[in-house]
Design a binder for this molecule. Structure first.
Ligand code: SF4
Length: 379
């Protein structure tokens, strides 16, 4: 039986926050996926002053400030605007849905900036429709939802590719932003939007693909595996349990330097050659907390049936290396929409258990208590 949850069809922004169980969620889209040290410190100060001090990293590479009230939203926006983190209006903010590889070089940064400007001329697109600038040495954002992708071809050239398509269209860096906007216009003209919703991959699955100058003819490069916490050539990648940190943690990281925000709920602290020695950071690939995923749950989410993060924390040590446990406050499965080895879904009575599926699949066992779940491990 299908379980009930509300599908919003839009994402919160800074100017258009979303009400959650702990107040307004204000989502900041760092330009080009980067925060200067000043911006990082400023976000931390603003989160403590105007919210509840909790900061989330989203799977879209955004930074969310939680616990903001109607009264503090205005002063928060003033502070964020002074940091150059606010767009002209909510529509411009929604259009700038661009994910950038954290391993960007200068050319990729320029491309992301040009695309951001070109998107002011984009047609109205569904709220979740997004772009990926994944033109580092090898694509690294393949597993992250994005409808229009700029990435490397197998021969190292630049291509523009519809999400889900096997081949991309060769483009130059100069023409890429305008061509990406043209591809978005094609998506709209070809009937990709229904009731304000629609994704490129669904069009491609239906066999609807662009022709002419936007037709894909070039093989994309082989993708890299998603990165893990640790040192990388650009600095130190650090993670956080469930992608959430305290404002103090962000402030302390910003002391080290500029930051890049990744869609894997990790921050890249630029220039570090040693891992920071701070509590609450995940700095090793084998940290058990990397084997569990959990959404906000109760009380932070209004749709949640159960609290989830304390349970996920307790279960992490029972998840063997190489496996993934997803604990979801309801069947929407926001934190991990795809399959996991084991998924626990909050219900009014406890948790449903799903093996090898996603949160919306039929459970094998229903309404388990926490005690019964803990006794069931390892997962
Ligand atoms: S999956 Fe979690 S965060 Fe998403 S709506 Fe359900 S309880 Fe809320």
């Amino acid at each position: 039986m299908a379980r009930a949850f509300a599908v919003m069809g839009w994402c919160p922004g800074a100017l258009r926050p979303m009400l959650s169980g702990d107040g307004l969620v204000v989502r900041v889209r760092p330009r080009g996926g980067r925060l200067t040290a000043t911006q990082g410190a400023g976000i931390a100060a603003a989160a403590a002053a105007h919210g509840n001090g909790l900061i989330d990293l989203s799977s879209r590479g955004n930074v969310q400030l939680r616990g903001v009230s109607a009264a503090t939203h205005g002063p928060l926006i003033d502070d964020l605007r002074a940091l150059d983190l606010i767009d002209a209006d909510a529509q411009a903010e929604a259009r700038r849905n661009v994910l950038v590889t954290p391993f960007a070089d200068a050319a990729t940064d320029d491309l992301a900036a040009s695309l951001g400007q070109a998107l002011t001329h984009a047609p109205d697109l569904p709220g979740k429709f997004g772009f990926a600038v994944d033109s580092g040495t090898a694509p690294v954002l393949r597993d992250i939802a994005a409808d229009i992708r700029l990435e490397r071809a197998a021969d190292g050239g630049l291509i523009l590719r519809c999400d889900g398509a096997d081949l991309g269209a060769r483009v130059t860096a100069q023409e890429a932003p305008a061509r990406a906007v043209a591809l978005a216009q094609w998506f709209v003209d070809a009937g990709g939007v229904t009731d304000g919703r629609g994704r490129m991959a669904a069009m491609v699955r239906r066999g609807v693909l662009p022709m002419g100058s936007l037709e894909g003819t070039v093989q994309p490069a082989q993708a890299m595996a998603p990165p893990a916490p640790g040192l990388v050539p650009q600095g130190a990648l650090v993670g956080f349990a469930f992608g959430q940190m305290q404002a103090d943690t962000l402030a302390a990281l910003a002391v080290f330097g500029d930051l890049r925000v990744s869609p894997w709920r990790m921050l890249l602290v630029e220039g570090l050659t040693l891992l920071p020695d701070m509590p609450d950071l995940i700095v090793t690939p084998d940290d058990p907390l990397r084997r569990v995923v959990a959404c906000t749950g109760k009380p932070g989410c209004l749709q949640a049936q159960q609290p989830v993060r304390d349970l996920a924390r307790r279960l992490a040590v029972q998840v063997p290396q190489g496996r993934l446990l997803h604990v979801s406050g309801c069947a929407k499965g926001c934190a991990h929409p795809s399959r996991a080895d084991v998924t626990l879904v909050g219900t009014a009575q406890g948790f449903d258990l799903i093996q090898g599926g996603c949160a919306q699949d039929a459970p094998e066992v229903k309404d388990l208590s926490e005690t019964a779940i803990i006794a069931k491990g390892p997962f």
